[in-house]
Design a binder for this molecule. Structure first.
Ligand SMILES: NC(=O)c1ccc[n+]([C@@H]2O[C@H](COP(=O)([O-])OP(=O)(O)OC[C@H]3O[C@@H](n4cnc5c(N)ncnc54)[C@H](OP(=O)(O)O)[C@@H]3O)[C@@H](O)[C@H]2O)c1
Length: 257
């Protein structure tokens, strides 16, 4: 129970990677605020699963790109669970998958709000609590694509690069206040978003492409969650400003990325 006594807020904690992270942090002893946007049933299920395992969790609806709902969520979490000392910025959506030639300004703004400006606003609002904690952590869920720049992905990769830049700066700025800021960068993960990405690139389903990935499978949410729990643990207290790729060591020649 290495996270006993910690209070975590996981954005997009209801489904996919975020659900895996919420379950793992709660199993480590943290009380977890499970943020979601609109799928209340999924959020309720994640909270119920955490409680059934003996943990503590509360669900909060707020779209990360809406400053008013983020402010209300921060106040509600503080009132219910006390000061947050572990933030996982995970909520996210894919871009429409078009070339730059076919992408308009609104699409860039939409992705920047969800992946960069919204998360930064959330962390900004939580800084007083994070600074007061003595030891606090911010973990940003980015993507291996932020260094690969595949075609048809500019709004997504640009937004991920932007939040990574902010995270690396924040890591230096907040070191004096005991806040660690690290980035996890998964490859393909078996989630709803992962399934859509595979289908959109002609791969069929994750079950069909599993065998072509390192270790015979694409990543599962638990693979990302284990690294997040480690980064927030006492064992990682001398780590900040780091970016960990969780992709089985990357594709071999001929493997799908
Ligand atoms: N899956 C992959 O292959 C992969 C690879 C690399 C990186 N990632 C990154 O991992 C993160 C999670 O992806 P995932 O695959 O778990 O996606 P997912 O299965 O589609 O789940 C997305 C989660 O984020 C929430 N969410 C979406 N937009 C939100 C918003 N505006 N405000 C608050 N919550 C919002 C969703 O809540 P609702 O259901 O209520 O909308 C849901 O809980 C994302 O940042 C993604 O970019 C994913």
């Amino acid at each position: 129970m290495t996270l006993q006594g910690r209070t975590a807020l996981v954005t997009g904690g209801s489904r996919g990677v975020g659900r895996g992270i919420a379950l793992r942090l709660a199993a480590g002893g943290a009380a977890v605020a499970v943020n979601y946007r609109r799928d209340a049933d999924a959020a309720k299920q994640t909270v119920a699963d955490i409680e059934a395992a003996g943990g503590t969790a509360v669900a909060y609806s707020a779209s990360i790109d809406d400053p008013e709902s983020v402010a209300a969520m921060v106040d509600a979490v503080h009132a219910d669970l006390g000061p947050v000392d572990l933030v996982v910025s995970n909520a996210g959506t894919a871009s429409r998958g078009s070339t730059i030639a076919h992408t308009d300004q609104d699409e860039y703004l939409r992705l920047f709000r969800v992946h960069a400006l919204g998360p930064l606003d959330l962390v900004h609002r939580l800084l007083p609590d994070l600074r007061a904690a003595g030891r606090a952590d911010v973990v940003i869920v980015s993507s291996v694509l932020s260094t690969q720049f595949p075609v048809n992905s500019a709004p997504y990769t640009m937004a991920k690069v932007a939040i990574e830049a902010a995270a690396r700066t924040l890591a230096k700025e907040e070191r004096a206040h005991g806040i660690r800021v690290n980035i996890v960068a998964p490859g393909l993960v078996a989630t709803d978003m992962g399934e859509r990405l595979v289908a959109a690139t002609g791969g069929g389903s994750i079950a069909e492409v599993d065998a072509r990935f390192p270790f015979g499978r694409v990543a599962r949410p638990a693979d990302v969650a284990g690294v997040v729990a480690f980064l927030a643990s006492a064992e990682a207290e001398y780590l900040t400003g780091q970016r960990v790729e969780i992709d089985g060591g990357g594709p071999d020649a001929g493997l799908m990325t």
